[in-house]
Design a protein around this ligand. Structure first.
Ligand SMILES: [Zn+2]
Ligand SMILES: [Zn+2]
Length: 304
């Protein structure tokens, strides 16, 4: 099924690029927006929060990000987490499901449908809950919606524009998302196997393809797997980390991990700013949290 899906989006994307190479700025903008949201779903929710537990997300934010990751073709959270923990547990050793030891194309694509996965469930036992299981049931409808959902716009924008929207928001976007994610296992694992942390490396030019979200700093990540931060210093853009900081500021992300030697991965404890700015900021933050938790309490079950 995975191979059939990969072939389908490649063929449909090729047809789209030949027939409708210029879909207009609005369609390109929406496709880019979905890629950013899907990328945030993968790097913040799937990778940093669910796999490595380096940050705890508010359930509303977590499930919203899972939706965008699945709409981006990243698969279900349980499968993604199991595969990624498997990769870290055996990185560059026999048993690593996506190591370039078995060739570039194995690491880039082939492992997705050919790797022998661990079916004991030991890599994702904590994901075997009803909260994640129902994403499994939603996978096929969500993929169908992602692939051809643009056609639903026919009554409003006509057949020609809806077809362009369907192809660019569907297979072309999904193709870009697929190969972007695949570069983490292939291009970002072409370092020297003899080095201390294996073949994982940082690849600065992949920042463009990853839209600055930070997954291209994969060498840093293998050195500090439990850090919620992937890029360090000003040169290594890591928007995923900045979104986590923003969510933490809003009270929507907690338990942001800091690892011993990594002072700059902590939330800034002391930010030098005038006292009145601090007071106003604290007041705004308190008001925001009060309003947000009041709003979210609507979704809690009635204790009566
Ligand atoms: Zn890796
Ligand atoms: Zn990881």
């Amino acid at each position: 099924m995975t191979l059939a899906w990969i072939i389908l989006i490649h063929v449909a994307a090729a047809v789209g690029l030949v027939l409708l190479p210029l879909p207009g700025w609005i369609v390109i903008g929406v496709a880019a927006g979905l890629l950013v949201l899907g990328g945030m779903g993968t790097t913040i929710a799937y990778h940093r929060s669910l796999t490595h537990r380096s940050v705890t997300l508010h359930p509303v934010i977590k499930h919203l990000l899972i939706f965008f990751a699945m709409f981006n073709g990243s698969g279900t959270p349980a499968h993604w987490v199991a595969d990624h923990r498997h990769h870290h547990a055996m990185a560059d050793k026999p048993g690593d499901i996506s190591s370039p030891r078995d060739g570039f194309w194995w690491a880039h694509l082939r492992w997705l449908w050919q790797a022998r996965r661990d079916d004991s469930g030991r890599f994702c036992q904590d994901m075997d809950t009803s909260g994640y299981r129902w994403w499994q049931r939603l996978q096929v409808p969500l993929l169908a919606l992602a692939l051809i959902g643009g056609l639903a716009l026919v009554p409003w924008i006509g057949w020609a524009a809806a077809l362009a929207a369907a192809l660019w928001l569907g297979p072309i976007r999904l193709l870009v998302a697929l190969h972007t994610q695949c570069t983490v296992n292939s291009v970002c694992h072409l370092g020297s196997l003899g080095s201390e942390h294996g073949s994982a490396r940082n690849v600065w030019w992949l920042s463009v393809l990853h839209l600055g979200l930070g997954e291209n700093w994969h060498g840093n990540h293998h050195k500090r797997q439990n850090s919620p931060r992937l890029g360090y210093g000003r040169a290594q853009v890591d928007l995923g980390w900045w979104v986590i900081r923003l969510l933490a500021w809003c009270g929507l992300a907690t338990q942001v991990k800091a690892t011993g030697s990594m002072r700059d991965a902590r939330l800034p404890a002391t930010v030098r700013q005038p006292r009145f700015v601090t007071s106003v900021a604290q007041g705004l933050r308190a008001a925001w949290r009060l309003a947000l938790h009041g709003y979210l309490s609507v979704f809690r079950p009635n204790p009566a």
